[in-house]
Structures are given as C-alpha cells and as structure tokens.
Design a protein around this ligand. Structure first.
Ligand code: HEC
Ligand code: HEC
Ligand code: HEC
Ligand code: HEC
Ligand code: HEC
Length: 477
C-alpha cells in the first residue's frame, strides 16, 4: 500500500496535473485516433481479404504507426514543457493536487490508463512488425517509388525471378545489412522527395553483395547443366517476313562427375579477375586467370594504352547474368518473339520492317507511343496495302497493341530508360557481353589470345535456316 501511494504521489498526481496541456492532449488525441484506425484496419484484414495498393500500404504500415508513436511521444514532451513553464513562473506546486483513490470515477480512469498502456505496447509491437514486413515486399520496393523503380519492377515481373522478393537479392541477412539497407533507403526516399534521383538509376549496383551470397543460396554454382540447346526464330524485312531458325548448342557445363570444372559455367567461377575502365563494366582491358600453382596469367587488350587502373573484380554470376531479374529486351528479340507467338501476325506484309521502325522511333511519353504506333501502322496499310486493312483490321489492331505492350515493357521516357540503356552481358550479338574479353584481341605476353573460337562456347547447328533438318529430326517442326 505504501508503494502504491508513493507511486500515486510521485507519478500519477504530477502526470494528471501537468498532462492537461495542449501538446500532451494533441498527442493523446493523435495516438488514440491512429490506434482506433489501425485496430479497425487489422480487424477488417483478419476478417477478409483487403486489397492493399501501395499507397494504402504506406498509410497503414508506415504513416499511421508513425503518427501513433509521434502522438505517444508528444505526451511526455508536453508534460516536460509544462513543468518547465510552471517552474520558471514559480507555479510548480510542492505537493500536487490530491487524487482520491477511493473515488470510483478516478479508479475507472486509472483502469483505462493501464489498459491503454497495455494496448499501446501491443500496437507498437504489431505495427513495427507489420511495417518491417511490408517494407520487404516487392510491392513496396517496386511500386511505392512508382516512377523511379518502374523499369526494374516491370522487367522483374516478367522475369524468372518474379516470385523472389527484391530484398532476397538486394538486402543481405543480419542486422548490419538491414541497417545499411534502411540508411540507403532513407537516402533514396530523400532523393525521391526532392526529385534529385538519377535517371536512369545507375547500374551496376555497386554495393550489391557478391553473387556467392545472393544467387548461390538458391542456385548451386557447380550444378552440372551440360549442353543447352537454344532455338531462335527470326523474321526478315521482306514483304513475306521470311522466317528462319538458328540452333545453338551452348556448352554450359558445370562441375562434372569427376569434379572437373567444364564449359561456360565451369571455367569462370572463382579464379578470374578483371578491371573495367567504364562505369557500366563494358570496357575490360585487363583480365587475369589465377592458376592452380598460385601463378597467374594476364590477358591484356591490344587497345589498352598506358597503365590500366581500376577496381579488380573477381568474376561471378552477376558479371554474365547482370540482368537476371531485370532483363530489358532488344527491339529485335522482342519483335521476333511476338511474331513467333502470333500476336504480331507474320501474314501482314512488311510487318517486321514496319514494326521495328515503329518500336525504335522516339516518343515523348508512353501515351504518345500508344497513339502514334497505332495510327502509324494503320496509316502504313491504308496507303500501301488498303486491301489488307479492309480485310484484316483485327490483325492490324492486334499487332499495334502487341507493339505497344513491348514498348511499355522496355521503354520508360521519364526515367531515361530506352533500348540499350542496360546492356545484357549474356551472349555477344546485341551487346559486347562475352566479347568484352573474348574479342580475339586480349593476349598474354607470349601472344596467346583469349579464345574467340565459336566452337569453344557453342556448336552452331543451324544459322538462319528456313527449315533446319535437325528440328524436323527432333520432331520440333
Ligand atoms: C534475383 C535477384 C534480384 C531480384 C529478385 C531483384 N533484383 Fe534488382 N538487381 C539485381 C541485379 C543482379 C542487378 C544489377 C546488378 C549489376 O549490374 O550490378 C539489379 C539492379 C537493380 C537496380 C539498379 C538499376 C538497374 O536496372 O540495374 C534497381 C533499381 C533494382 N535492381 C531494383 C529491384 C527491385 C525494385 C526489385 C523487386 C521488385 C528487384 N530489384 C529484385 C538482382 C535482383
Ligand atoms: C530466392 C531464390 C533465388 C535467388 C536468390 C536467385 N534465384 Fe535465380 N532462379 C530462382 C528460381 C525459382 C528460378 C526459376 C526456375 C525455373 O523457372 O525453372 C530462377 C531462374 C534463374 C535463371 C534461369 C532463368 C533466366 O532468367 O534465364 C537464371 C539465369 C538465374 N536464376 C540466375 C540467378 C542469379 C544470377 C542470381 C543472383 C543474382 C539468382 N538467380 C538468384 C531462384 C532464385
Ligand atoms: C561466363 C558467363 C557466366 C557466368 C559467370 C555464369 N553464367 Fe549462368 N549462364 C551463362 C549462359 C551463357 C547461360 C545460357 C543462357 C541462355 O540460356 O540463353 C547460363 C544459364 C544459366 C542458368 C539457366 C540454366 C538452364 O538450365 O536453363 C542458370 C540457372 C544459371 N546460368 C545460373 C548461374 C549462376 C548461379 C551463376 C554463378 C554461380 C552463373 N550462372 C554464372 C553464363 C554464365
Ligand atoms: C571478364 C572477362 C571474361 C568474360 C566477360 C567472359 N570470359 Fe570466358 N574466359 C575468360 C578467361 C580469363 C578464361 C580463361 C582462359 C584460359 O584459361 O585460357 C575464359 C575461358 C572461357 C572458356 C573456355 C575456353 C577454352 O579455351 O577452354 C569458355 C568456353 C568461355 N570462357 C566462355 C565465355 C562465355 C560464353 C562468356 C559470356 C557469357 C564469357 N566467357 C565471358 C574471361 C572472360
Ligand atoms: C566466348 C563464348 C562465345 C564465342 C567465342 C562465340 N559465341 Fe556465339 N554465343 C555465345 C553465347 C553465350 C550465345 C547465347 C546467347 C543467348 O543466350 O542468347 C551465343 C549465341 C550465338 C548466336 C545465336 C544468335 C542470337 O541471336 O543469339 C550466333 C549466331 C552466334 N553466337 C554466332 C557466333 C559465331 C559465328 C562465333 C565465332 C566467330 C561465336 N558466336 C563465338 C557465346 C560465344
């Protein structure tokens, strides 16, 4: 009983007396209003499905909990302020007005205060858990910063990794990476708020963890894949959009059953270093292979002049699969694919030539692209092949819709992301890729070149053939 009465005199009486100030009252109001809204939202969420768009997500998972805590903080701040004012004015009572514990009204108020404190603790816990969970979703990363991340989010949704959370690749495990990510995130939030973020967002991501920690959690680096057959379908610019096939048998390799590292995957991992002299890692004048005996063999580009300076990087998955989750297509590849799938019908005369021109033209916005692609394709058939437009208006419409969907999957004028902004390092036909090193011009001191032998990487089983016999033999044609 003595403890209770000391608590009453030292804490409760000052609390109630000093708590009657505007700041604390506003705080209490904010806290209870946001608490009620949050509780209501959670009830609805438990009872049924709520579709949360990113803006609601930000409100319910971040802003309301922040208001709640802000309100809670205002209460003691108000009390402290009030105490200082009273003290300065010499009005601080030596003994605070008595509270009558026997008074039933007061007791009920006390019960409420205790209950509210308990509930508040729960709400803070729940809200911070939900907030953290929400910030880890692809939705938060990809959509909240709407314009900024739209290129990456769009490409991600179409990738093989569309079900892997952004944070699985971009944020490491453990408290340290977590804090680093949040500091980074806050910096980005400020850049977004003040509209000072880079357009496009820089790639490579310099502080990405090594692939060892990212990719290898899911993909075994030494998995033996062996040979992989790629079948590519292309269309020509002639009236009939002549179709041809290319068959490439890639020597992907891996670690074979007697633990030898073979093929494209086997030979690079863990022991090849390089120096890139440009920000996008596209110009690589110096490569070095570490040998089993500790020595190393350097390959230097014939174009290199003077001393080659820069960060040495050990080659890993990301040096080839740099667009693993964010592959932007080339207009040629995207169009070939749409034509193979039939959404751009190859029965329309010259559709390949016209479409490629329309895709590569520059438009000021996605909206302009949508209307121009449609009207220009129609105009082409109206002036050149009126009979096609009158007999197959549906095919022409379908083609322009498909072209626009390719366009908006890859081009983001407000982020300066256009064809070729983010080169893909797998391959060598659209971007330097493998040929950053295997261009035939990187030599050791004694003149041995890093291989550019087509057969070291693949067998070209057919190149642009109308009807490769092999496909027929395999029952694929
Ligand atoms: C499978 C792993 C993976 C996932 C999942 C992933 N990313 Fe990436 N991300 C990468 C890699 C790898 C790079 C480029 C690395 C490089 O070239 O250095 C990258 C680059 C980026 C960049 C830099 C700009 C650019 O285009 O290169 C942004 C922004 C980005 N990612 C955002 C996201 C967002 C948002 C999500 C979720 C919607 C996400 N990422 C999911 C692996 C991933
Ligand atoms: C959380 C697990 C996870 C992580 C981390 C991850 N992947 Fe994947 N990856 C997958 C899954 C799942 C698939 C789809 C497999 C399928 O569809 O057969 C896939 C498919 C792929 C493919 C083949 C499809 C394609 O796009 O060509 C490549 C290449 C690939 N991943 C590379 C990477 C690289 C490089 C990294 C590291 C930057 C990485 N992955 C990180 C789970 C992961
Ligand atoms: C020297 C470049 C290079 C490096 C380094 C590399 N890859 Fe690959 N990888 C390729 C190429 C080329 C392909 C075939 C691409 C295609 O299918 O079009 C491929 C294909 C794949 C596939 C798809 C396999 C399939 O069955 O379709 C996966 C998964 C993959 N790589 C994962 C990885 C991982 C994980 C690492 C790092 C441990 C890695 N790669 C390192 C070049 C590389
Ligand atoms: C950063 C430079 C670099 C890049 C990029 C690169 N490689 Fe290599 N590659 C090397 C080095 C170094 C060797 C080892 C050469 C040696 O041992 O003589 C090598 C060896 C190889 C070999 C074995 C050659 C042989 O004669 O046995 C193959 C196959 C290969 N690379 C394929 C690829 C493919 C495919 C790509 C692109 C997807 C690629 N490389 C990208 C540096 C690179
Ligand atoms: C260092 C390895 C390497 C060398 C050397 C190499 N290629 Fe390739 N090539 C690749 C890879 C990897 C791909 C698959 C790219 C992909 O996954 O789309 C490819 C794809 C191709 C394709 C398919 C077309 C396409 O659109 O992708 C052709 C054609 C081709 N190579 C021709 C050649 C010729 C001709 C040579 C010899 C002068 C050669 N390559 C040398 C690695 C190599």
């Amino acid at each position: 009983m003595a403890g209770a009465s000391r608590f009453k005199e030292n804490w409760l009486q000052p609390f109630f007396h000093l708590g009657k100030n505007p700041i604390s009252l506003i705080g209490a109001g904010l806290t209870s209003a946001s608490a009620l809204t949050l509780l209501g939202f959670w009830c609805i969420e438990v009872l049924g499905h709520v579709v949360i768009n990113p803006y609601l997500g930000i409100i319910f998972f971040l802003i309301l909990p922040a208001l709640f805590i802000f309100g809670l903080l205002l209460i003691p701040i108000g009390i402290y302020q009030r105490r200082r004012q009273l003290k300065a004015a010499g009005l601080l009572p030596a003994v605070y007005p008595k509270i009558d514990l026997g008074d039933p009204v007061f007791r009920r108020a006390m019960d409420l205060v205790l209950l509210a404190t308990g509930v508040n603790v729960l709400i803070v816990g729940m809200a911070s858990y939900r907030g953290v969970e929400y910030m880890d979703t692809a939705q938060f990363c990809g959509q909240s910063c709407h314009v900024v991340m739209r290129p990456e989010y769009t490409a991600y949704q179409a990738s093989a990794h569309s079900h892997v959370a952004c944070v699985a690749c971009h944020v490491g495990e453990g408290a340290q990476s977590y804090v680093k990510a949040k500091v980074n995130g806050t910096k980005q939030l400020i850049e977004v708020t003040f509209n000072t973020y880079p357009r496009p967002i820089h790639s490579p991501v310099l502080d990405l963890r090594p692939a060892r920690e990212i990719c290898e959690g899911c993909h075994a680096p030494a998995k033996y894949i062996g040979e992989k057959l790629l079948v590519k379908t292309s269309y020509a610019d002639d009236e009939k959009n002549t179709m041809t096939k290319t068959l490439v048998l890639l020597h992907l390799g891996g670690r074979d059953s007697v633990s030898r590292l073979t093929g494209i995957h086997g030979v690079h991992l863990g022991h090849i270093e390089y120096i890139a002299t440009d920000a996008q890692r596209q110009v690589i004048p110096w490569v070095s292979r570490r040998n089993g005996d500790g020595s190393s063999t350097d390959f230097v580009s014939g174009d290199a002049t003077g001393q080659i300076k820069g960060e040495k990087r050990v080659m890993d998955c990301i040096d080839c699969h740099n667009r693993a989750a964010h592959t932007f297509q080339t207009p040629e590849d995207a169009l070939n694919r749409a034509m193979a799938e039939g959404t751009v019908s190859s029965t329309l005369p010259f559709v390949h030539k016209e479409s490629l021109e329309l895709l590569k033209a520059s438009y000021s916005s996605q909206a302009e692209a949508e209307t121009k692609i449609k009207s220009d394709l129609e105009e082409f058939y109206r002036s050149q092949r009126p009979e096609v437009l009158s007999s197959h208006p549906d095919l022409v419409n379908q083609a322009s819709a498909s072209l626009f969907s390719i366009y908006k999957q890859n081009i983001f004028p407000d982020m300066n992301v256009t064809w070729g902004t983010h080169p893909n390092n797998v391959g060598h036909n659209s971007y330097p890729g493998c040929f950053r090193c295997h261009d035939g011009g990187h030599n050791t001191k004694d003149g041995t070149a890093l291989t550019q032998d087509c057969a070291a990487c693949h067998n070209l089983l057919a190149v642009d053939e109308a009807n490769p016999k092999l496909l027929a033999d395999m029952g694929m044609q």
